[in-house]
Structures are given as C-alpha cells and as structure tokens.
Design a protein. Sequence first.
Length: 311
Amino acid sequence: MGAKLGKMGQKTFGVFKTPKVSVQMNSSIPPIPYLYPQILPMIFKDKVVIITGATSGIGEACAELFGRQGAKIAITGRNSQKLEQTTLKLRSQHIEVLSILADAGSESDNQRMAEETLSHYGRIDILINNAGISMRALFQDLDLEVFRKVMDTNFWGTVYATKFCLPAILESKGSIIGISSINGYRGTPARTAYTASKYAMNGFFESLRTEVMKKGVHVLVVAPGFTSSNIRNTALTADGSSQGESPRDESKMMSSEEVAEHILKAVLKRKRDLVLTGQGKLAVFLNKWMPGIMDGIVYNQMAKEKDSPFK
C-alpha cells in the first residue's frame, strides 16, 4: 500500500488528503502503509526526539508535528521566556515535552542536554540539529566575532549535540538530522559566515554518514531553501546587532510547517539528502553545472534585496 502525504495548512497539522491505495499482487513483500494518521496513528509513539533551537520556526514546527505522531520531545532554546511559551503550547496539545535551557554554541550545554534527555526519557532516537543564526554584511566590513558566533552556533553547535547524542543513537539505530541550507551548496555574497557554517555542516555529516553507515544509523541533511521564519529578522549585521527586519517577502516562502512535514517524511524513508523548494533545487543544479553563470545570478538577486550591502 502506498500513499503520498498531502499538503498541510500553515498553522495546523493533521489535515491530510484521502490516501490513494495501490496493492501490488503477486509480491513476496507485504504492502506497507505509509504515513497517514488514519492508517498509522502515533507512528513515532514513544520515540524520543531532541530538537535544538525549537522555540520558533522549523524547530517548533518539528516539535509539534513529531509530538502529534506520538514522539516524546526534548527541546532547547536560549531564551527562557520563549522556551516556556513553546513548552506550554506543546503540552496544551498533550505532547510530552522536556524543555532544556541551553546555548547551542556551548559544549557543556550540549552535554547537559544529552544527559538530561537520557535521564528523563532513557533513550534518544532522533536528533534534529536545528539551532542556527544568520548574518548579512560584506566580509570586508564584518567583525570577526560575528563570524565566530555564527560558526559556534551553526557548526560547532551541531558537532557538540551530535557528539554527545551519538552513543544513544547508535544504540537505538536512530536518525541524526542536520538543518542546513541551500547555502551549504551555493555561497551567497554578504553571507560568508553563514555559508561557511553550512558548508562545514554538510561536509561533517557526509563524513559521519559514511562512518556509521554499517551501524544502522540514519543521517539526513536538509536544505530547506527560503522558509518563512524569523531567521532573517534576527540575522546579525557587521557589528553583531540584529538586522531587525527581513529583506525578503516572507509570505512567498515555504512555511515552517511544510518543511517539518517534508522532514518527517524523509526520516520515515531514511533519505540521505533533502533539498526543498523549486528555486532551491534549481540553484543547486545550476551551481553544479554552470557555476560561473550562477555567480552573476546570485549577485544580481542579492543586490535587489532591501537595504542590500551592495548599494
């Protein structure tokens, strides 16, 4: 039995189209139902999912979606107020959640995150490395402390979380997910630190995937493309202050809830890579085969942004 997951609304989960069912006769393999709550409710029942940076955007959407499928959730965040709000929101939906105040760029905080999750739940099945920050400034103007902060959060945060959760995930033969970016495949001007952090993440996971491929551990790298979230609002400028306003039209982007749906499907299928949005897929393709042309395309696109550093 096979079926495709239908689109969800931007603010609610669990609304699916009626699945189309096809059964292959004369097959030695019995048909397996795919993801539909009507067929397999609580498909992640009692699985333990850690999500870093889960107080907004993709992280929060993943916590809600996996939780609604029966997973036990552990979420982290740096802002205690936002962490509490997200925790209450999840619990109001009868989702079991452990909230951990933690800085993704801190080695000790990541170690404590893994230890508290194991102490509370007794296992770890899925780690979603979602915590991240962005930046927008020309490299010549950029304070190196800003570069370092982006690398600490996006790359080292991923390394730390994965390092301390890996023993438990090896035991459960679970999944490690890295929320990367199209910038992990194609660099964009005025985002040197962000691009470097995502390229580093992609290389790290490619190497790790090969190390654990015979040990039953699944490693997935997700490149969401432009997604509606607050990452551009909080992006750091040359001096480290927050940008405050997105330079792009967020309403035209894929929603965080849609990204979470794609991630859940990819985990079920144990996919290797997930590149989202038509624009994102085109960018990856063109950069592979026509990198010189892409240089000009990317420059022109970035120059059109509101308050572009190129102006």
